[in-house]
Design a protein around this ligand. Structure first.
Ligand code: 3HC
Length: 702
């Protein structure tokens, strides 16, 4: 069967792209469209053409899985097809529902008009793949929207809703019945005459002040730190204003080629597939259907509980926010309202959206009214006895089909489940703060969690816009288990003579939003002292916990809020502080540690290699299913720069042998039990293999 179906309706040829799941522009689709167009042009009974998507969407872009294969360069290439569209003597209308993204929108921009349903979205999201629109998007979009809108839309890759897109000139009409409306629109163009192709509409790209581009670059420099594609996008959009169409196109082709060859493109495409792969669980086959979740109860109305409730409300799911403490509940609801008001004042939601979302959150003071919930998520503080008490109550108060989730970040899921009569329905649902913003949802399976429960939480995670990752049940699960190596290691380096500024500068240049020591100051140190006191009790005998945080707290430097910590603060400005350095030096002397200088390269290795080593141990132990799941967790939960592909992908790119070397050094320095090399890593390096080979090696036994 052809990837494009041909039909004639009312003297209009309708080309329906039928290439699930997202009608990507594979060779089969491009061929089908070229053949369909040729047939329509040859058919004297046809006056116009409509291109429409079959299934749930228009065309979601180039076929990413085809990149680098001979098919991607085979004719008809997208640009050949676009030239045929623009040269067509019969008007072509792109009929858009679902999404028209990347090459899909670029193809639509070569049609004579674009008609959409109100729920459709359009966008050029190539930047998220480390690319720029390579089929004229950077040249045609500004011809419709003007330069400023195009700069913002293409550098963020944001999806524009149809209503906004119509206002901006990208979409010509919004209709209720897409097929009939588009056919009618196409016929009208055939009768009244079609507008000039977008490529010939020059008014919005003529006489643009070059300062617009310089200002945009300056404004976003910090945000784009470490990424190549956004700045190249600005260059090519600028070229669209000061070169002829063909020259600008040649420049776009050249820049697209450069980005296609870049490591960042590889990393970001790795990440794209990683996020989708993470939702597939080997022992939860596709036949296991997720349960529908229509109503949720969140227990605990603190910052976390409120954020979780908003995540559901924002996605259209009704939530009860339960707190037995009336004052806390009131405070929690006030905080939720305030968050929405801030979004409203920033223009990111409308008053109607705010009212709708708030209306979905019902505050309740007890467990009497939970007969209608499909899922509960407990988000109270980390106390096993309290959690068990709550789970016993939930077990009685919720219907038998309801799933019971815990937002614990470290406690044993099985122990929590043991307080219920339905351990198969108990699962970790670990959100990251602020939960309404952060994308990671770490689902944690206990020993009895059922396949259906897992399938439900993974599907629900996607439904509420999160990136769900499944973890095994261990201290810290996937993400936090690795985090301690990063933060503690920063302190080991301080003891040995590196400065907070140097460490944070290296981390931030790498792409972390904030270095580990600035982060520690922001989070405040008092809490860290408590966490460490607990952790120290379980530390292996060959390991010593650094005590810099303790020394800072003793000196009254508890972080940004107190005006000092590893830095001193003037307002929000962090400044190097000789007093902090003096405390660090004194502590190093007390511990008998000789101080030295570090190169930036060494700091980078010591900060990030241990993450990869620990990730490998998680694979060995079955805590993470695949290396790429760890990438998804760290990108979304900890701000690991997405353009590196995540820690595991990055580790493989720079060489697992280097990671192993660092693990050997740190094992010798800090204690082999926890810091020494992972067996899996040793095997992979010895055999010259990579993460894809890990499952087979683990199955054989390391
Ligand atoms: N190529 C190949 N496969 C794609 C694809 C694409 N462009 N877009 C999505 N898919 C696949 C996914 O891998 C997934 O496969 P799986 O079921 O085997 O895991 C399946 O389609 C469904 O995707 P999602 O799970 O993401 O489904 P959603 O409904 O949540 O989202 C979507 C749909 C909004 C279209 C989202 O998939 C998306 O954003 N896709 C990427 C769009 C994109 O980046 N387009 C630009 C491509 S580059 C380009 O066009 C270059 C041009 O300028 C020359």
């Amino acid at each position: 069967m052809s990837a494009v179906e041909y039909a004639v309706e009312n003297e209009v040829a309708v080309l329906t792209v039928a290439y699930p799941p997202v009608n990507a522009l594979s060779l089969a689709v491009r061929t089908g469209l070229a053949e369909g167009l040729a047939r329509a042009l040859a058919d004297s009974g046809v006056k116009a053409v409509v291109v429409i998507g079959g299934g749930s969407t228009f065309i979601a872009g180039a076929d990413i899985s085809e990149f680098g294969t001979p098919n991607s360069a085979a004719e008809p290439r997208l640009q050949t097809l676009q030239a045929q569209f623009e040269a067509s003597p019969k008007p072509i209308v792109a009929a858009i529902h679902g999404t028209a993204l990347g090459g899909g929108l670029e193809l639509a921009l070569t049609a004579h008009a674009r008609v959409a349903v109100a729920s459709a979205k359009v966008g050029l999201p190539e930047v998220k793949l480390g690319l720029l629109p390579g089929a004229g998007g950077t040249i045609r979009l500004p011809r419709l929207t003007g330069v400023e809108v195009a700069l913002e839309a293409v550098t963020t890759g944001r999806h524009l809703g149809a209503v906004e897109a119509e206002r901006l000139g990208v979409i010509d009409a919004i209709v209720d019945d897409l097929r009939a409306g588009s056919v009618a629109y196409a016929l009208k163009l055939a009768t009244d005459g079609a507008p000039a192709p977008v490529r010939d509409r020059n008014d919005k790209v003529s006489g643009v002040d070059p300062k617009v581009f310089d200002d945009f670059r300056a404004k976003n420099r910090k945000k784009w730190r470490g990424q190549i594609a956004p700045a190249r996008i600005v260059d090519v959009i600028e070229a669209a204003t000061n070169r002829s169409f063909d020259e600008a196109k040649a420049y776009e082709n050249q820049a697209f080629g450069e980005l296609m060859a870049s490591d960042q493109r590889k990393a970001l495409i790795h990440y794209f597939f990683a996020e989708r792969e993470a939702r597939k669980i080997p022992d939860v086959p596709a036949e296991v259907k997720p349960l529908p979740v229509r109503k949720v109860v969140v227990i605990g109305s603190g910052l976390m509980g409120g954020g979780i409730a908003m995540s559901f409300a924002n996605a259209g799911i009704a939530v009860k926010l339960l707190d037995v403490n009336a004052e806390a509940l009131e405070r929690g609801m006030a905080a939720v309202r305030k968050t929405y008001e801030t979004s409203l004042s920033r223009g990111s939601i409308s008053q109607a959206q705010m009212d709708e979302r708030l209306g979905r959150i019902q505050p309740i003071g007890g467990y009497d009214d939970l007969g209608d919930v499909d899922m509960a998520i407990e988000a109270v503080f980390e106390d096993m006895a309290l959690k068990q008490e709550i789970f016993a109550l939930l077990d009685k108060a919720t219907p038998p089909h309801a799933i019971l989730g815990t937002n614990t970040s470290s406690l044993d899921i099985d122990q929590i489940a043991s307080a219920t009569s339905r351990p198969d329905k108990v699962i970790g649902a670990h959100f990251f703060s602020p939960a309404n913003v952060m994308k990671l949802l770490e689902a944690v399976r206990g020993s009895q969690t059922s396949a259906e429960t897992i399938a439900t939480v993974m599907a629900l995670g996607k439904q509420i816009g999160k990136a769900p990752v499944l973890a095994g049940n261990c201290d810290g699960f996937i993400g936090n288990r690795m985090l301690q190596y990063y933060t503690v290691n920063a302190e080991y380096m301080l003891e040995r003579g590196a400065t907070p500024e140097q460490i944070d500068r290296v981390a931030e240049a790498f792409g972390m939003a904030m270095g580990p020591l600035a982060m520690r100051d922001l989070a405040g140190m008092a809490q860290a002292v408590n966490v460490r006191a607990v952790r120290k009790k379980t530390l292996p005998v060959d390991e010593r916990m650094p005590e810099l945080v303790e020394r800072m707290v003793e000196a009254g430097r508890i972080g940004q809020r107190s005006g000092s910590g590893f830095y001193r603060y003037e307002g929000r400005d962090r400044l190097p502080d000789p007093e902090a350095i003096a405390i660090i030096t004194a502590e190093a002397q007390r511990q008998g540690i000789e101080q030295r200088t570090f190169t930036d390269e060494e700091i980078l290795a010591r900060l990030f290699h241990p993450l990869v080593n620990e990730g490998a141990k998680e694979l060995e132990e079955g805590i993470a299913i695949r290396a790429s799941d760890i990438d998804v967790a760290w990108v979304n939960g900890y701000g690991f720069p997405i353009h590196t592909g995540g820690p595991m992908f990055w580790g493989e790119q720079i060489g697992l042998d280097k990671v192993l070397e660092t693990a050997r050094v740190l094992g010798a320095e800090n204690g082999q039990t926890r810091w020494g090399p992972s067996k899996l890593l040793e095997r992979l390096v010895a055999e010259g293999k990579g993460w894809k080979d890990a499952p087979a090696l683990i199955a054989q036994g390391l």
